[in-house]
Design a binder for this molecule. Structure first.
Ligand SMILES: NC(=O)c1ccc[n+]([C@@H]2O[C@H](COP(=O)([O-])OP(=O)(O)OC[C@H]3O[C@@H](n4cnc5c(N)ncnc54)[C@H](O)[C@@H]3O)[C@@H](O)[C@H]2O)c1
Length: 156
């Protein structure tokens, strides 16, 4: 019996890490579905992957639950890399960061929960969380009171 290749979903597939991961997993013989809204990523990052029959790219936004359902399909694993990792945006426009990082992640988790199928989720979190700094006040000096290393990585 010929086994069908394992199918994985990569969110943020057209971004820096997502596009490299896409290439690596295709090299390993996996079937990859990539979703990206191209807000900062680019199809050019997927030039090699787009030539491979085991790769399917969907231009879609994780803020749209329908787009997530469309790509989740029978994927056994999800690598969640879609994000706006630009720290300055979070400071200057927290509303945008809330939607792109929190709401988008929530939508993905909800879609996985609702389909009720065992799914492996790999989430990198974000570099600012690796050394989360808690400010005692919002004074211009931003006095740092505590640093939580690996606060969201399960290492603390
Ligand atoms: N690059 C690093 O060194 C590094 C280090 C640690 C953690 N990380 C984390 O890894 C993740 C990916 O980082 P990256 O450097 O590849 O970022 P990136 O900006 O290159 O890629 C993110 C991708 O997500 C897409 N995207 C954003 N919002 C979306 C949405 N609502 N729906 C669909 N696609 C959306 C963007 O278009 C982009 O292609 C981020 O969470 C980042 O914080 C990155």
């Amino acid at each position: 019996m010929i086994e069908s290749p394992q199918r994985v979903l990569i969110t943020g597939a057209a971004g820096f890490i997502g596009s490299h991961l896409t290439d690596r997993l295709l090299e390993r013989g996996l079937e990859v579905i990539g979703i990206d809204d191209l807000s900062s990523g680019s199809r050019a990052n997927l030039a090699s992957a787009l030539r491979k029959p085991r790769f399917r790219f969907v231009e879609g936004d994780l803020l749209d639950p329908g787009a997530i359902r469309q790509v989740l399909g029978k994927c056994a694993s999800v690598f969640h890399l879609a994000a706006d990792p630009e720290v300055r945006v979070g400071v200057e426009n927290p509303d945008s960061h809330y939607r792109q990082n929190l709401q988008a992640t929530y939508n993905l988790l909800e879609a996985i929960r609702k389909r009720n199928t065992p799914t492996r989720l790999v989430f990198t979190s974000t570099c600012p969380c690796n050394s989360l700094q808690v400010h005692q006040s919002m004074e211009p000096a931003h006095s740092v009171t505590k640093t939580y290393t690996g606060a969201f990585s399960g290492n603390s």
